[in-house]
Design a protein around this ligand. Structure first.
Ligand SMILES: [Zn+2]
Length: 290
C-alpha cells in the first residue's frame, strides 16, 4: 500500500466509526454571551437575547483557552495521520452551517463530530494537500439543533521563497508599476467623476465608471498607521522593519516600508516622502522621513 492508499485507508476506518463521544458545552446558552455577540456584530434585532443568533452555534461548545480534544475526535485523528505523512500545514477552507431551530438561554448543548470526507492528494496554490471534511452535530438533549460541514486543507508547505515575492501585475495595476520604474507615483483617477483611488481596480467605487486614468502624486504624505514587523523572518530583510500606511497629499493611502528610522521613532502624522526601491524586475514604492 503506498502512502496515499494508507491515508485513504485510515480515512475509511475513521469514517466508519461514525460520531465521536458528545462533548458537552462548558456553559449553557446565556444572555451575556448573546449580548456581547450581537453588540460586536451590530445586530439590534429585538429577538435577542431571548434566543441566541443561530450563527453562534459553534460558540456554545468552544473549548476555551486550553481546548482538549477527546481521544475519538475524528478531525484530530485525521490530522495526526496527515501530519505523519508530511502534510503539516492546515488552512480552513469551508464552513457550511445548517440551523434546525433557535436555542434559548439555559439550554446546554453538546457537540459530536464524524469524519465525512477525505479527498486528495490535490495540487493547490498552497501546496499538495488533502481536503478533510467533518460533520459536526449540535444537540440539546436528544434533539439536533444545528449542523456544520467543516472543511480544511491539510497540505505540504512549499519550500520557503528565497527572494522577495514580486507584486502581481494586472491590466489594472500595470500603469502603477510602469510609473515607479520612471520615478512616478501614479494614483488611479476615475475618468468620469474624477475620484482618486488606491489600490487600483477596474471600476470606480463611487460612480461605477470603467476606463480609469491616473494622476502623478507629489510623493509627499503622512504616516496614517503603521506596524513594526518582528516575526516571521522575511528573506532578504533584517527585522524589525516598519511598514507604513501613508496618507498622500492627494488623499489616498498607500502601503510601503518606512526606511532609515528607529521603529520607536515612528509616529502617526510623521511627514514622509516616497523613495523608489528596485526589487528584481520591479521598483517598489517605499517611504522616508522628510
Ligand atoms: Zn467615478
Amino acid at each position: 500500500m503506498n502512502a496515499d492508499e494508507q491515508i485513504l485507508a485510515a480515512a475509511r476506518e475513521l469514517a466508519a466509526r461514525g460520531e465521536c463521544t458528545p462533548r458537552t458545552a462548558r456553559d449553557p446558552v446565556n444572555e451575556p454571551m448573546i449580548n456581547n455577540w450581537t453588540e460586536a456584530l451590530g445586530d439590534n434585532s429585538s429577538a435577542y437575547p431571548a434566543v441566541a443568533p443561530p450563527a453562534m452555534i459553534q460558540v456554545w461548545t468552544m473549548g476555551g483557552l486550553h481546548p482538549q480534544r477527546s481521544d475519538d475526535d475524528p478531525l484530530g485523528r485525521m490530522m495526526e495521520v496527515l501530519d505523519a505523512a508530511g502534510y503539516t500545514s492546515v488552512v480552513a477552507t469551508n464552513s457550511d452551517q445548517t440551523y434546525h431551530r433557535l436555542v434559548k438561554p439555559g439550554e446546554r448543548l453538546a457537540v459530536t463530530s464524524r469524519l465525512a470526507d477525505v479527498v486528495g492528494p490535490k495540487r493547490t496554490a498552497l501546496g499538495e494537500g488533502w481536503f478533510v471534511t467533518t460533520h459536526n452535530i449540535w444537540r440539546s438533549g436528544d434533539e439536533v439543533v444545528g449542523e456544520m460541514l467543516w472543511s480544511v486543507l491539510k497540505f505540504k508547505p512549499k519550500p520557503a521563497v528565497t527572494a522577495s515575492v514580486p507584486p502581481l501585475v494586472s491590466r489594472d495595476t500595470a500603469f502603477f508599476w510602469d510609473g515607479t520604474k520612471t520615478g512616478e507615483l501614479r494614483i488611479q483617477k476615475c475618468s468620469a467623476c474624477g475620484a482618486l483611488r488606491h489600490p487600483p481596480g477596474p471600476m470606480c467605487p463611487r460612480c461605477n465608471a470603467l476606463d480609469p486614468t491616473y494622476v502623478v502624486a507629489s510623493g509627499l504624505g503622512e504616516v496614517y498607521s503603521y506596524v513594526v514587523h518582528h516575526h516571521p523572518q522575511v528573506p532578504g530583510k533584517r527585522t524589525p522593519f516598519v511598514i507604513a500606511l501613508v496618507e498622500l497629499e492627494e488623499g489616498v493611502r498607500m502601503l510601503g516600508e518606512l526606511h532609515d528610522i528607529d521603529p520607536e521613532q515612528v509616529k502617526i502624522g510623521l511627514p514622509v516622502r516616497v523613495r523608489y526601491v528596485p526589487s528584481g524586475e520591479f521598483v517598489l514604492p517605499a517611504w522616508e522621513v522628510r
